[in-house]
Design a protein. Structure first.
Length: 270
């Protein structure tokens, strides 16, 4: 994987395929494998760029100057500048959408189309913010994600009925248990606090181009339920697609449906 230094830290990214550029932004606690089915499908027609979040995959630690989601958007723009890419079709899932929408508002001339998946631009509801902050404090206190914490965290990302013995579920659980202490303390915990302590950015959504924006959401997404997706789609004035048999990581739980929806949207907008 190629690397670029941004804000004094190495950012790893996938760069695969040729054609109009599709920039994929991933979820917190996932690496590039979250988009594996989409990289395979989209790179047949498009140039697919997938930056790995700081402290995730092979990217370096969270840069010291990263304090808001706007900073993540600015860093993504720095990657595009490095690659000399003028325009992208941006698909952001979860935190990928939380910095993707600000990027589209910050530099609308750089974003040809925007897909917001399983994400929410409002502030984190108080109950879940307190829950997530408590989990982060527990991780910080021990420098590890213990089995009891894994039993709480891992199911959040999937539909309630997922087979917990499946490779998708078990591989994700193992990846979290393998995270080293320095990565947890330097990147995962502070990035989590940045994400879940975010300010409300819903008001800006009405400035997005409704004609070139799409909202998608797993029908069984627990942390980012369809009601939030509907609220955003209404604010933007764009279409909403609910993804059957999928929770938060809809890109992996129902990849065929997601791929078809993205390819259809891109064919009309890329």
């Amino acid at each position: 994987m190629p690397t670029v230094v941004i804000d004094d830290q190495p950012l790893h990214y996938v760069d695969q395929g040729a054609g109009p550029v599709v920039l994929l932004g991933q979820s917190y606690l996932w690496d590039r494998q979250m988009w594996a089915p989409q990289i395979a499908a989209l790179s047949q027609k498009y140039r697919v760029i997938v930056p790995e979040l700081w402290g995730h995959g092979e990217s370096g630690p969270l840069p010291a100057q990263t304090r808001t989601l706007d900073d993540l958007a600015r860093q993504a723009l720095a990657l595009l500048d490095h690659l000399e890419i003028a325009k992208v079709n941006l698909v952001g899932l979860s935190v990928g959408g939380m910095w993707g929408a600000p990027l589209a508002l910050l530099a609308p001339e750089r974003v040809n189309s925007l897909v917001l998946m399983d994400t929410y631009l409002g502030a984190e509801p108080e109950a879940t913010r307190e829950k997530y902050f408590a989990l982060l404090s527990a991780i910080e206190a021990t420098g590890t994600i213990s089995d009891p914490l894994l039993d709480i965290i891992v199911p959040i990302f999937f539909r309630p009925g997922i087979d917990r013995e499946s490779a998708l579920y078990q591989d994700f659980r193992q990846s979290l248990s393998n995270l080293p202490k320095d990565r947890l303390l330097q990147s995962i915990v502070p990035l989590g606090r940045l994400i879940f302590g975010r300010s409300d950015a819903m008001e800006g959504l009405s400035d997005l181009n409704a004609e070139t924006t799409l909202v998608m959401c797993g029908r069984e997404d627990q942390p980012r339920p369809p009601a939030e997706a509907q609220e955003m789609a209404d604010r933007i004035g764009c279409d909403l697609i609910l993804i059957p048999d999928a929770g938060h990581i809809s890109s992996r739980e129902n990849p065929d449906f997601v791929n078809e929806a993205l390819l259809t949207f891109l064919a009309n907008h890329a």
